[in-house]
Design a protein around this ligand. Structure first.
Ligand SMILES: [Zn+2]
Length: 110
C-alpha cells in the first residue's frame, strides 16, 4: 500500500472503492489536497483499488485512532488539569501543615 496523488497521469484518475470520490473535483473538497491509498490489489480484472483520504480518516476513527490536532488539544487540556491538581494539592498540604501546627500549639496550651 502506498499514498498516491490524483494528478499522476501515468495512473489515471483514481476512484475510491468506498465512496467513489476521485474522478471529479467536486463535493465537498476542492481536490487540492486530495489523495488516495493504492491498495495494490486488482479488482474487476485489472482495475486498481484505491481508498480516498476521507474513507481512510473514517476507518481510522472507527478503529480508535485520533487525529493529531485532536490529540494535541487533549494533551494541552490534560497538562492544564495536571497543573490545577498540583496547585490544589499544594494548597491542601499547606493548610494541613498550618492545622497540624495549630493542634500542636493547642495541645501545649491545654
Ligand atoms: Zn472514499
Amino acid at each position: 500500500m502506498h499514498r498516491l496523488s490524483i494528478m499522476n497521469p501515468a495512473v489515471g484518475p483514481p476512484r475510491c472503492l468506498g465512496c467513489g470520490r476521485g474522478n471529479t473535483p467536486d463535493d465537498p473538497d476542492t481536490m487540492a489536497d486530495f489523495w488516495v491509498i493504492d491498495l495494490e490489489r486488482d479488482v474487476n480484472w485489472g482495475d486498481p483499488a484505491y481508498l480516498c483520504k476521507y474513507c481512510c480518516e473514517k476507518i481510522a476513527e472507527e478503529t480508535g485512532f485520533v487525529d493529531v490536532a485532536a490529540w494535541e488539544e487533549c494533551q494541552a487540556i490534560m497538562a492544564g488539569l495536571r497543573k490545577e491538581i498540583h496547585d490544589l494539592e499544594a494548597a491542601a498540604d499547606s493548610r494541613q501543615r498550618r492545622l497540624d501546627a495549630l493542634e500542636v500549639v493547642r495541645a501545649t496550651e491545654a
